[in-house]
Design a protein around this ligand. Structure first.
Ligand SMILES: Cc1cc2nc3c(=O)[nH]c(=O)nc-3n(C[C@H](O)[C@H](O)[C@H](O)COP(=O)(O)OP(=O)(O)OC[C@H]3O[C@@H](n4cnc5c(N)ncnc54)[C@H](O)[C@@H]3O)c2cc1C
Length: 572
């Protein structure tokens, strides 16, 4: 069991003292800004000073530190946790007492530093039995609710089947294995990352917006978590192919340049997160003139998804069983009673719990487990239980350009960082520059000259000069086609799969009926690199009933039941 501690005024020393007690710890530390730390180990994984929830995994995951950055009264309602111990630091308003009581387990302890009378009174009214701590101005309390408390969720049986070995499934396998799960990974190809995750390079960077909307907040959390997780894995360019060389997102025109400048000024981002470069500074970075400047994401870059998948799967160790070159076609739920009877016949015993059987061609049983995670990208809708998810397959073609042109028939730019606008271009790696990618509404798997021309025309708009312009006529047709799995709102689906046929009247997400034990990690669209680690972490928190790595509002925005709820609300 993990001890869950909530600190309303995050203190590094307090956290370190809790960590030093040993055991499994989940520490939720609320802070208005990300505080500075001296400890070199923490510094290596410490988040940039931007708002939101930042999860930091320490001591091989035995210690989870969630830095919850924002105003106390805004952050508290966004926490979903069962807290064993509270620390109330500084001047805490009495109004927080009820919010704390909502999070407390029966018997939870609380220590408030020099609280005022109003806070002690409010804590008492909320169910905390308070007394002063001997010889100090502090108050200690124990939560003793008279109302019946929700049952403690049972420990999950840590066996899962993950279908699909792209970025989504590989990250899920890694986080599940790291949390002690036995994972069977089913993949229809002989190798991981042969479909959407098969590109030579994908770029990673966050989204920004004027109003810090939900996609912006989600992408910020995901990007920063991915950077931390890749550091833990051994580093971009070390543990897997890629480079955190920076991404320069050029403005489309003068108006967009103004928006970019205003966003950076309004949100006061640290320069390591994003910096506005004017036209001259941007041109100096890429070595050619550019008219409007752009955002520089210094810690962004590119990575080869297949290499990252291999690194994540290698980290799974022997808890992972790979069943490759095998297609999962049918999921069958075996209910607890049938399961128990079957077990009793075959092995002389069994518990009354349900399991999923995953069947392949000719109804052959591939694997069976209480939990299944669908991470099969654009093909997920072929499985009956996921058929009604509103997912589409968006064709994309990337163009591969060999470096070392003769300067007459054209040559790709050899940039020190990724540059993007409507399209992107990567630095060369193993003699290849990637330029892409198209967005097409058809299912043609073959390379197309028209798509290549589109990529090269956009590239010539980003990087002016005769050599790049000449490529449109001279570059041989080369590249790769893939299909992005995209939801209508372009956000991922991470969580329990809705049971469409059983749905009646729905008011809230929690009314949406679910297939027990069936989860999905889908809809990563054009940002699979950054979504994969955080969505896998979210999935594990849901399976383990531990605090999620995101605000409640953001978890809801990712809920696979959101489309069904919306649909029912429209017709109700
Ligand atoms: C052209 C293009 C450019 C892109 N550029 C970027 C970029 O710059 N940055 C970025 O972050 N992202 C980019 N993306 C998106 C990124 O590649 C995807 O978001 C990501 O790869 C999705 O990973 P996934 O695991 O969900 O899907 P996939 O990689 O498609 O994995 C699904 C896996 O499931 C397997 N599978 C499916 N059905 C079954 C079944 N029934 N049984 C067994 N196995 C099954 C498939 O074989 C596949 O291996 C791009 C995508 C495309 C197509």
């Amino acid at each position: 069991m993990r001890r869950v501690v909530l600190d309303t005024g995050f203190g590094v020393e307090r956290f370190m003292a809790e960590r030093a007690r040993g055991g499994r710890l989940h520490y939720l530390g609320i802070a208005a800004r990300v505080p500075a730390v001296d400890d070199p180990e923490l510094r290596a994984l410490w988040p940039l000073d931007v708002p939101g929830f930042h999860r930091i995994l320490l001591d091989d995951g035995r210690v989870v530190l969630d830095l919850l950055v924002g105003a106390l009264d805004a952050v508290l309602p966004q926490i979903d946790a069962r807290v064993d111990a509270f620390h109330i630091a500084g001047t805490a308003p009495a109004t927080l007492a009820r919010a704390l009581a909502k999070l407390a387990v029966q018997g939870a302890t609380l220590r408030a530093q020099t609280p005022d009378e109003a806070l002690v009174w409010a804590l008492t009214a909320a169910g905390f039995v308070c007394k002063t701590v001997n010889g100090t101005p502090d108050v200690g309390a124990v939560y003793q609710s008279r109302k019946p408390q929700p049952a403690v969720p049972p420990q999950p049986e840590r066996r899962a089947i993950v279908i699909g070995a792209g970025l989504a499934g590989s990250a899920a396998a890694q986080r599940l294995c790291a949390n002690g799960w036995q994972v069977t990974l089913i993949e229809r190809h002989a190798q991981p990352a042969q479909e959407a995750s098969g590109n030579l390079a994908g770029i990673f960077m966050p989204l920004l917006s004027k109003d810090d909307n939900i996609p912006t907040r989600l992408s910020r959390a995901a990007y920063l978590f991915a950077l931390r997780e890749w550091r833990r894995l051994g580093g971009v360019g070390t543990a897997f192919d890629g480079a955190d060389c920076g991404v320069l997102q050029l403005a489309r025109d003068g108006g967009h340049a103004k928006v970019q400048r205003d966003v950076v000024a309004a949100w006061d981002y640290p320069p390591e997160y994003v910096r506005w470069l004017d036209a001259a500074a941007a041109a100096a970075r890429i070595g050619v003139p550019t008219p409007h400047g752009g955002w520089l994401f210094e810690q962004g870059g590119w990575a080869r998804p297949s290499s990252l998948c291999e690194a994540m799967l290698a980290a799974c160790g022997d808890r992972l069983r790979r069943v490759f070159a095998t297609e999962a076609l049918v999921l069958q739920r075996v209910d607890g009673a049938a399961q128990a009877a079957g077990d009793a016949q075959t092995c002389g015993g069994g518990q009354a719990r349900g399991e999923w059987r995953v069947l392949g061609g000719d109804g052959v049983l591939i694997a069976q487990a209480p939990t299944v995670v669908l991470a099969s990208g654009a093909s997920a809708v072929r499985i009956e239980q996921a058929a009604e998810l509103p997912l589409s397959a968006l064709r994309g073609q990337v163009t591969h350009l060999a470096v070392g042109g003769d300067g007459v028939s054209g040559a790709p730019p050899q940039l020190p960082l990724v540059v993007c606008r409507e399209a992107y271009v990567t630095p060369p790696f193993n003699g290849i520059v990637c330029a892409g990618a198209t967005y097409d509404n058809d299912d043609d798997p073959a390379l197309r000259a028209a798509s290549q021309l589109e990529n090269l025309t956009r590239l010539a708009e980003i990087i002016p000069g005769d050599e790049v312009a000449a490529l449109a006529a001279t570059a041989p047709l080369a590249g790769r086609v893939g299909f992005r799995c995209a939801a209508p709102d372009r956000l991922p689906l991470a969580g329990a799969l809705p049971d469409y046929p059983s749905a009646g009247r729905l008011e809230r997400l929690r009314d949406v009926p679910r297939h027990p034990g069936l989860h999905c990690l889908l809809g990563y669209a054009s940002r699979g690199l950054i979504w994969a680690p955080l969505m896998a972490e979210l999935l594990v928190s849901q399976l383990e009933n531990t605090p999620p790595p995101l605000e409640t509002a953001l978890v809801d925005a990712l809920d696979p039941g959101r489309f069904l709820l919306k649909q029912r609300r429209r017709v109700q």
